[in-house]
Ligand binder design. Structure first.
Ligand code: FES
Length: 84
């Protein structure tokens, strides 16, 4: 069995397999909303290739990071828009 990475999603400790990106980690743990639009509508990853910008989350205190373009690393802290 491959070792798992320990990450935090919205303050909750989680484990994910190595090589997974942040968008996939969120989906794996049932987090559907990445950000909230200015009109209050929930948004989620759409394109998966860095174009739509719908997957923006806060990663290690840095806002507006693309979840679909960021690989998980040990200890990464992810905060989604509905928990910001
Ligand atoms: S899902 Fe479209 S930019 Fe990440």
């Amino acid at each position: 069995m491959k070792p798992q990475l320990s990450i935090t999603i919205n303050g909750q400790a989680c484990s994910v397999p190595p090589g997974i990106n942040v968008a996939a980690a969120l989906a794996l743990h049932g987090v559907e909303v990445t950000r909230v639009a200015v009109n209050g509508s929930p948004r989620a990853p759409l394109c998966g290739m860095g174009i739509c910008q719908e997957c923006r989350v806060n990663i290690d205190g840095r806002p507006h990071q693309l979840a679909c373009q960021t690989l998980c690393i040990e200890g990464i802290q992810i905060v989604t828009g509905d928990h910001a």
